[in-house]
Design a protein around this ligand. Sequence first.
Ligand code: PAF
Length: 283
Amino acid sequence: MKILRTVSELREWRRAVPPGQTVGFVPTMGALHAGHLKLVEEGRRGSDQVVVSIFVNPLQFGPKEDLARYPRPFERDCELCARAGVDVVFAPEVSGFYSPDHATYCDVEGLDKHLCGASRPGHFRGVCTVVLKLFNLVQPHQAWFGKKDIQQALILKKMVSDLSLDLEIVLVDTVREPSGLAMSSRNAYLSEDERARAASLYRGLSKALGIYQSGEHNAETLKSVIRNEIEQQTRIDYIEIVSQSRLEPIAVVDQPAVMALAVYYGNTRLIDNAIISFPRASA
Ligand code: PAF
């Protein structure tokens, strides 16, 4: 496995990939867990070459967010990638990736109005900008993203479609701990007690999904089912049911939708969701 630390090294590698070979790409911010490894596994299956980027992107963090303390276990991440059959890890320094006078950004308007877009202004602009730049460098045929970050995934799909990028975005199911807690690099911040309490997020989503499947389509009712199941001292950022097409809140679940939530345990912000692919549903 190659570890490439600069844009020019990556360009050189990419130019040498034979034209008949396919390149798969898994962009990450490192602190890899089973969810990332599932993306790599899918990538491995579908591509001749698999590239994983490890880059904690400052553009997508707000001024009061966890950029400085975001976990960066780089050696461990590289070992996991090597074991998973990754061909290239691309891990640039921030200073080598963004020039000091970087001034170009990518905004996908509309889909970023609600959910995490409302709570984290500028977040998706940062995500789209870094992913577009990475796509330009890696030139992948396919790129894999987790459904846990469903808003991110749908925004990036829209970016790819609007800008006619010649690649396919593939979404992969959320990987969960045995308790149901969605795998996230930020789970590392949780105390044992918080981790146990955070299992209530999935319980809430699963219960609401069950109730939806048995015929309850009123969004307020479904949201209150989730809220009642979530452990009481949890600070809720949002619990929303939105359409998949516009990511806008809906009153009645009569179209493909997403039940999504974001909560805080101390300073740790966790998100999760259940996707309702009308008329069936899956968590
Ligand atoms: O999902 C993530 O880890 C990040 O948002 C991504 C897509 C790697 C962009 O920095």
